[in-house]
Design a binder for this molecule. Sequence first.
Ligand SMILES: [Fe+2]
Ligand SMILES: [Fe+2]
Length: 432
Amino acid sequence: MKSVLNALLSALILISFQAGAQERITRYVPTAKPDRIILNITADPVTTMAVTWRTDTTVTETVARLCRNIAGVLMADSALAVTGRSEDITADGVTARFHSVIFTGLIPGTGYAYSVGSGAEASEWFTFRTAEAGAAPFSFLWFGDSQVGPVSSYARVIRQAYRSVPGAAFMIFTGDLIDGGYNSKTLDEEWGDWHRAAGFIASEVPVVATPGNHEYYNPQDRQKREFNRYWRPGFTLPENGPAGLEETDYSFDYQDVRFIIVSSDQMLRDEAIARHQTEWVESLLKDNPCKWTVMAFHHPVFSTAARRDNKIVRENLKPLIDRYSVDLVLNGHDHTYARGIMKPDGVVQRGRVAGTVYLVSVSGSKQYRQDAEPWWETGYTNTQFWQKITVDGNRLIYKAFDASGSLADQFMLIRMKNGSNRIGMPPAVRTK
Ligand SMILES: [Fe+2]
Ligand SMILES: [Fe+2]
């Protein structure tokens, strides 16, 4: 009897072990109705725009419709049908089909309306605007790590930012958008949560995404690296970076500002890749027709905690940042907020003549302790932030807001005739 019981017990343990080993099924199962509709910046935002969305595999056609965002009633029937490409992913218990379309031949500085999918399952109409062909004032948004709890904590940040800056040209995310399997969710659920928080905002304001270290975690084994399988299908980002780093390292010019996006995690892990990235960054800085230059990557050049130093990133990029006078460097990873200026000789700069302004920010609920590192002048902990950056001729105005919409930090750079920047406070807004 005892041996029968033992055999039964062993069988039960085996069954429960096998059940536990089964892949978990995402809570965001795709359907025929498009979801995760996201605009992405392209290498030429003056005449092109990229859109990506997800369905199940019953949808065999990848088509979006596009028309001018006219003043009168939208005549959707007259819209142009544009076809694209699709890619299937089988993971997290389901097969999802990701579709992408790139709208080309657009008119500069013009409003468009678009819908994705077709027939009864077509999406609602969204709108966007192409960049102006030359220099013109604009604002963009920047978010640090959203990472943990996008629905419970990050949603209010992106919504506050959108409410405050409805005409933002695009949104930069400096990595760790999601956690990469560091919680009990599937990767798909983490992206599902991120999209649920962003909602239609990501369908109307193009996303400029930078991978962080959490986009390189293997969700089954934290010690192993694996580039997030949803990144390339889920985004349609520029492929103009170094070979092999398509959609993680790229650049684009927007109305007299050059933006350079680098995957710093790749730089930290592989010397040959780091060399490639550094050469590529230098080629963009050396031959730069724009007045302003912004670099965005995940690991800070200067960290807010001594034990989190990223020497390799600093050794590779800071000489170029100094030599070519990059105006802003936007970083994440440290889960705090900090701003400072470090001169090429390593001396902390105070006063009015500005060197490169280094910034670290965080948008989600995961917050770390901050050390009083000498490089930063302004710092915050335990606060979720979003940033608005406005470029207007010789002025660059930077403002950091907390999740409630209160202004927490600001400065203005003024480009002087000799090519240097002066730093000061933005002009006060006058009201009657
Ligand atoms: Fe990180
Ligand atoms: Fe992070």
